[in-house]
Design a protein around this ligand. Structure first.
Ligand code: MTE
Ligand code: MO
Length: 255
């Protein structure tokens, strides 16, 4: 594991500027003038500022072990089945790396072992798909926020674009998604490698998928390959910030 990814670095290092924070309209905190000034001052995001940012960002409900659904339906792509993905899968994803790049000071390339060595968060949550089904599962993974902090966001970074390994339905467009920094630093936003205590299987997004628990199912990008920090979303896909957004779904898919 790279030595800048130590616990100490995660806790102390990596100033994050707040200039690029895209606030969502319904956030009570963002409506307060004091908070706006604080943001526009472009100060660096210290641990305490980060905590202030969490304030007013409710957690999605978490459930207990006995609530876990006996079967967690798989939906959308159930196997990317591209030559590149199949090669990674047949090597047990040992050669897979998650790249975090774009508007960051220090691009990262992380193996599954790197991610599993980081402090883990476990959460039992309900996944709601717009197609009308839900399932409760126990997800485990590394929080995205500390990783972005390690990479060091440039002042103009506003969104995290998730690039996936699959082209849903075999079309030309690769699946992708995007979230803002409010969701990026939300404590329940994790890069999940386990579902119900087992390594993520191919159907559910192996080796790594996003969990962004206050949002609908299609935001939870499976088969993550790269997280690109960007200022604007209009140059990706058809410009609406996600595969399904490009086909008419809302970008902010809050539950
Ligand atoms: N890469 C990728 N991510 C994806 C999809 C997909 O087709 N490809 N489908 C989305 C949709 S609509 C849902 S409901 C969930 C389904 O996740 P699951 O297969 O683990 O149930 O993944 C989301 N993430
Ligand atoms: Mo979905």
């Amino acid at each position: 594991m790279k030595d800048f990814l130590t616990r100490r670095t995660l806790l102390t290092g990596g100033a994050i500027t707040l200039g690029g924070l895209a606030l969502t309209g319904c956030d009570a905190l963002s409506a307060s003038p004091g908070f706006r000034n604080f943001l526009s001052a472009g100060e660096s995001l210290t641990m305490s500022a980060q905590r202030a940012l969490m304030f007013g960002q409710p957690l999605a409900r978490e459930f207990s072990e006995r609530d876990i659904s006996p079967v967690f339906k798989a939906n959308g792509t159930k196997n990317p089945n591209t030559p590149a993905y199949n090669a990674l899968a047949s090597g047990n994803f040992n050669a897979w790396r998650l790249r975090i790049d774009g508007l960051v000071e220090r691009p990262l390339d992380l193996s599954l072992a790197d991610l599993r060595a980081l402090p883990a968060r476990t959460q039992i949550t309900r996944h709601d798909c717009v197609e009308g089904w839900s399932a409760i599962g126990k997800w485990q993974g590394a929080q995205l926020g500390p990783l972005l902090q390690t990479a060091g966001l440039k002042p103009n970074a506003r969104f995290a674009v998730m690039h996936c390994a699959d082209n849903y339905g075999g079309g030309a467009d690769m699946y992708y998604e995007s979230i803002d920094l409010i969701d990026g630093f939300h404590p329940q936003t994790i890069l999940a490698y386990n579902l119900n205590g087992q390594p993520l299987d191919v159907a559910h997004g192996a080796p790594l998928r996003l969990r962004v628990e206050r949002q609908l199912g299609y935001k939870h990008a499976k088969y993550l390959m790269r997280i690109e920090m960007v200022e604007r979303l209009d140059s990706f896909g058809r410009g609406k910030g996600g595969y399904w957004e490009d086909r008419g779904y809302e970008w902010y898919a809050g539950i």
